[in-house]
Write a protein that binds this ligand. Structure first.
Ligand code: NAD
Length: 466
């Protein structure tokens, strides 16, 4: 058993702390925000994450897990300090490392005779762990400056599972003994540990997030093409994903990626590359494609129901992805802002994220359930693919709506079920469906034969939907 301090009681800090306690380590969480810290001490978790309340309670009850605002109290007994503070993006895309540096200085100030190993768990640009070492060396002798990069790959909504069953643990350190002491903290998980340099570990994290972004944006580009030539992108991605060289995750066309990590990490990598004079056309395109997805939905809606001014749109889902209440950089909220800018009224519902959204977006009309979001709307948009939306009674949904248009911006609904309920179905990169949509297939055929211009079939169809 080791004694660990986790600095930062946010998403990563809380999961790291609770899971390390579950593995039998003694863990102190230091949180600088007094209100958050007091609330954590009282057992209230600020995030909703499956499995976390149970292991948090167990850890607290066993005495292995504690929360404090005092660095001294935590650091004096700790062999390892994990930094899990925020690294938000600056306006130019670079990572703001002020929380990291402030946390390191606080650790140095609190450390007595022996300096703990400092482990950077926050996502940071390559070279940051070396910067952390330099900060330590301003105050301590060389042997005290043991710093490690140990990036976190958890996904919100699956965070506990991801921490306890990681595909790999990455430990970056230029000193093997220190690296192995950190690797040993994860021993009970029996998962592969990749030992590498600090810079490589930092790069692995940035590159993996940038790759996930690129996969989704690639699929969104393919979706745009599918839409024009009458192909269903869902069939394409399903078959692509069955190829083990490609893999099936992050292949869903839709509104795109969001959250507190992917947008800032791909921007951070592009900024890092730019700083060292390396061009990143792939990263730049992935970012550009992602930014356009919400506007594509807006323009599809315009094609189908005309000018959006004065229209009411229902939106299902506000969180940046299902199974969490995190609305940071949520594609759904980006879309809603675009709709409001067009003059729409927006009714919305999310199983978990209503409170967070209501706090920041008072202009949205929040509904008590998904059916409420369908009342009197000109179109209903699925923006976050919560599984429970798929089991909605679509006949009831149809009966509540003013116009029968379901815009499935996550390609999650069963098309037949939607059309059988009397709704017109529009997805991302999929042929529209509904009884009125036989005509456009003919238009497409004429187009391919060269006897017609490009088939804006969806526009023609959409007008029937009104
Ligand atoms: P967060 O904003 O939820 O939490 C950070 C916490 O650190 C806050 O509670 C803040 O008050 C606290 N804090 C800041 N400075 C402090 C200090 N000096 N001392 C004590 N506490 C301090 O952030 P997060 O989502 O947990 O992310 C943390 C890092 O992990 C980021 O670099 C992020 O990119 C990375 N990461 C996040 C995820 C994710 O899914 N959220 C996944 C992998 C990696």
């Amino acid at each position: 058993m080791s004694t660990i301090t986790v600095v930062g009681g946010g998403y990563v800090g809380l999961i790291t702390a609770a899971c390390f306690a579950r593995l039998g380590h003694r863990v102190h969480v230091v949180e600088i925000d007094t209100r958050k810290m007091e609330s954590l001490k009282a057992g209230h978790l600020p995030i909703r994450e499956p499995g976390l309340p149970e292991i948090w309670e167990q850890g607290a009850a066993s005495g292995l897990l504690s929360v404090t605002g005092s660095y001294k109290e935590a650091i004096s007994t700790s062999e390892f300090v994990f930094l899990a503070v925020g690294t938000p993006p600056r306006a130019n895309g670079s990572a703001d490392l002020r929380q990291v540096v402030a946390a390191v200085r606080a650790v140095i100030g609190a450390a007595g005779g022996e300096m703990p190993v400092i482990v950077v768990k926050s996502t940071v640009p390559p070279g940051t762990t070396e910067l952390v070492r330099d900060v330590v060396l301003e105050h301590r002798p060389y042997d005290d400056a043991r710093v490690v990069s140990n990036p976190e790959f958890l996904r919100e909504g699956l965070a506990v599972i991801d921490f306890m069953r990681p595909s790999r643990v990455v430990v970056g350190c230029d000193d093997r003994e220190t690296a192995e002491s950190v690797g040993a903290l994860y021993e009970k998980l029996r998962r592969p540990v990749i030992y590498t340099s600090t810079r490589s570990a930092e790069m692995i994290k940035y590159a993996s997030n940038a790759f996930l972004c690129t996969k989704v944006s690639f699929m969104n580009e393919i979706a745009s093409l599918c839409e024009e030539i009458g192909v269903d992108v869902v069939d394409v991605s399903k078959a692509l994903g069955m190829d083990p060289r490609i893999g099936s995750s992050y292949l869903d066309a839709g509104l795109g990626w969001g959250g507190s990590c992917l947008p800032k990490d791909i921007a951070g990598l592009a900024w890092t590359a730019n700083r060292v004079g390396v061009q990143t056309p792939i990263l730049n395109s992935a970012i550009k494609i992602n930014a356009r997805q919400g506007w594509l939905v807006v323009s599809r809606l315009k094609e189908m129901i005309g000018d959006l001014r004065g229209k009411t749109i229902g939106v299902l889902g506000l969180a940046f992805k299902p199974n969490c209440d995190d609305i940071r950089e949520s594609p759904s909220l980006r879309l809603i802002q675009a709709l409001i800018a067009e003059g729409c009224e927006v009714r919305a519902y999310d199983p978990m994220a209503m409170e967070a959204a209501a706090h920041n977006y008072p202009e949205i009309m929040y509904c008590t359930d998904a059916y409420g979001a369908a009342v009197g709307v000109d179109a209903l948009v699925l923006a976050t693919a919560w599984p429970q939306f798929q089991s909605l009674d679509l006949h009831k949904v149809r009966s509540l709506m003013r116009r029968p248009l379901l815009m499935d911006a996550r390609n999650a609904f069963d098309v037949n079920a939607v059309t059988e309920a009397g709704l017109v179905y529009a997805g991302i990169g999929r042929p529209m469906a509904g009884p009125e949509f036989e005509q456009p297939q003919r238009e497409l055929a004429q187009h391919l034969r060269g006897t017609r211009g490009r088939p804006r079939s969806t526009a023609a169809k959409g007008q029937h939907a009104a």
